[in-house]
Design a protein around this ligand. Structure first.
Ligand code: AMP
Length: 399
């Protein structure tokens, strides 16, 4: 089955065409700056990547571009749209409605739309992606895969915020979590790597990239996660502050005369690694600057790692231990120096990083010492494959 995986952002649209049975990625690409004059479309792999500077006024036009490139031209992946069996959409916010992936129908669209208030940029964009696919591939089965669904198993002690309970009842303000598709994928792969059923394992999964989140997975069930009502909560990230003293919000609003929207922007787009280093949100640039002696870049790296270290402690306490800690995403998979900072001093908790293995590169691998009671694994994430696979499962089961 060939599944077209769509990940629509507010001004971008990423896609992959995946053969679920063979795992083959038959095409991939991204439309960027959708809605802007200088929009462009990258399609293909490595040396064969083609960049088309084509105006895409909206997601409908972006999907049109994608479908044209998938079915014609030098980099075409299939002969016609008939060879695309289904479409899987990444949806950030499924609220309390969705604890698994579902086939898209009018009711599902209405619920995603209702949840837009909780993820304005993401759910709104996903809806545009869905509508564009429906209009250009009428009748093609479409499936929604929710980032929040994996965390619907959290107990109320973990998902209710200690604010007046009426706001949970009135507005459904609670922890929903995000990156669930990534956490679920790496947990499944880790269980395979360890040769044990997921249901017998206690795992701490760390998605450390530009966005960062961690979760505690107890015998196959997510019991806590760091992202909250929105993806702003939890760890320090590339441009997001993560959890801070809530009183800082009103303090800065008052002293800097900022509107709530401007404050929201400050916390989402100007904080984290970027806010501390003043250089960039990109770990590679910050690492370089830190090595060249830039103190704020150094501080930013230390804080990023410290934030992850603290959550490891929290989740060890939540589960009463762990069999393995899994690292994934851009920084988790690639930055040996951040991993070293995260795991330094944890030997007394039975967590021992092997400094040599930590330097090795590659795919799925173990980087803890043979004596480490808690194993440390690097598992490259593959959210697109998980979405394609869910799409296949949902259609097969006719959910
Ligand atoms: P992601 O959001 O998963 O795409 O991750 C993006 C982050 O991963 C950026 O901060 C990158 O700088 C970082 N990253 C990617 N490759 C490396 C690397 N080799 N070393 C350090 N950081 C990296």
């Amino acid at each position: 089955m060939n599944v077209l995986v769509i990940n629509a952002g507010s001004s971008s649209l990423k896609y992959q065409l995946i053969n679920v049975e063979t795992h083959e990625v038959r095409a991939r690409g991204i439309c960027e700056k959708v809605g802007y004059e200088d929009s462009f479309h990258k399609h293909g792999f490595g040396e064969n990547e083609v960049v088309n500077h084509v105006h895409m006024a909206n997601h409908t036009e972006a999907i049109h571009q994608v479908l044209v490139c998938l079915t014609s031209g030098p980099n075409k992946a299939v002969d016609s749209l008939d060879a695309i069996d289904a479409v899987g959409h990444r949806i950030v916010q499924g609220g309390s409605y969705f604890d698994h992936s579902v086939r898209i129908n009018d009711d599902v669209i209405e619920k995603i739309s209702e949840l837009t208030e909780l993820a304005p940029l993401h759910n709104g964009a996903a809806l545009m992606g869905i509508e564009a696919c429906m209009s250009q591939m009428p009748g093609k089965p479409e499936v929604a895969v929710f980032d929040s669904a994996f965390f619907q198993t959290l107990p109320p002690t973990a998902y209710i915020y200690p604010i007046p309970y009426e706001y949970y009842e009135k507005y459904q303000i609670r922890r929903y979590g995000a990156h669930g598709t990534s956490h679920r994928y790496v947990a499944i792969q880790a269980a395979k790597f360890l040769g044990k059923p997921l249901e017998e394992l206690q795992l701490i999964t760390c998605h450390l990239g530009n966005g960062c989140s961690m979760s505690a997975i107890d015998h196959g069930v997510a019991v806590d996660t760091s992202m909250g009502l929105t993806p702003l909560d939890g760890l320090m990230m590339g441009t997001r502050c993560g959890a801070i003293d809530p009183a800082i919000v009103t303090f800065i609003e008052d002293h800097e005369d900022l509107s709530p929207q401007a404050m929201n922007d400050l916390m989402n787009k100007k904080s984290g690694l970027l806010g501390i280093s003043g250089i960039s949100n990109d770990m590679r640039s910050i690492d370089e600057a830190a090595q060249a002696g830039n103190e704020r870049a150094h501080l930013a790296c230390d804080m990023y790692a410290y934030s992850a270290k603290k959550y490891i402690g929290q989740y060890l306490a939540v589960m009463g231990g762990a069999d393995a800690i899994i690292l994934t995403a851009g920084v988790g998979e690639n930055s040996a120096s951040i991993r070293e900072k995260i795991f330094s001093g944890l030997d007394t908790l039975g967590i021992e990083l092997d400094l040599e293995l930590n330097q090795a590169r590659g795919g799925e691998r173990e980087i803890s010492t043979p004596h480490s009671q808690v194993r440390i694994l690097v598992i490259p994430t593959n959210e697109e494959y998980m979405i394609a696979h869910d799409t296949y499962d949902v259609l097969k089961a006719n959910i």
